[in-house]
Design a protein around this ligand. Sequence first.
Ligand SMILES: [Zn+2]
Length: 340
Amino acid sequence: VAGTSCGAVDVHGHAIPETVLDLIENSGHLFGGISVERTDGKFLVTLPDGQKLRPLPRGMTDGPDRRRWMESQSVADQLVAPWLDVQGNGFEHDNGVAWASALNDAMAEGLPTIGERTHLLSTVYPADPEAAINEMLRARDELGAVGVMLATHFPQGSAADAEFEPFWASAAQEQIPVVLHPPIVGPASAIPGDKDFRSLYGRTLETSLAATRMIVNGLFDRLPDLKIVLVHGGGSLPYQAGRLDQQVKDGKINAQTSVEVPSDYLKYFFYDTAMLDPSVVRFLAERVPDRVVLGTDYPFTAASAIVPDQLAGLDPAMRDQVSEGVARGIFDLSVAETVA
Ligand SMILES: [Zn+2]
């Protein structure tokens, strides 16, 4: 990418810097008992309810690997959230609220060791929307977080529930972008016999469902300025939008929107490119112009999320928009730009 380009922006990365492992190791007992075992260079985290997580992928904790990868892919800036599994959405109330703050502090402290131009996507405790608002604002003001990464679903409800709307109202008012991300628990794991397909289909279905509920609930009529990024290309939502319109028209889905055609609301979301197929990225960039942003899901897809390949189906102007133009318009990365 030539000219005045600042370099590509990856809006969808995950990391667990050493500072977060230290927090878990040294203070995990303060949050109901989250703990970590370090064996053979692997990290095994256990949640307060006794649930043992998958071993941390190496790319999650390693800084040099990530820097090399970013450089090889011409990714200048990466937005980074912790692994969703440790966001603590299932913690009991007081532990969950305190954990979100402690996790954000540790992430902000550790991100410079992961990469110079990495930017924090903060964690909030969604079961308490008021606490979530406070932490979203604190993380922006005190830690320089550029947005929030929020689970579509949490044990106590969904990001599309009416009870959660105060959070969306605040995010819209403050113009804080939210990257909406499906967890591996909840609806994503509820399809019988789907264990092997949880990540591929369970999660993308979960995103489709949450986004569709936001549309038909009329969220964007009330909050047209919301900036929500749907990961994995928005699941199947853009692809099935015609069927959504038909079902609403037939009265099978009750849509409380001011616009008759629900798919007109597709353009209110932003979509990342972590569906990893250049022809599909192109379809999306044409379907919702200026609403598609580069997202890799690093480190989970590091080997396959080859950025130039992902964007190969786009013409040069479109490629600039997808690789950085749109993202730099919604996320304030100015701190990194003045340093660079
Ligand atoms: Zn992800």
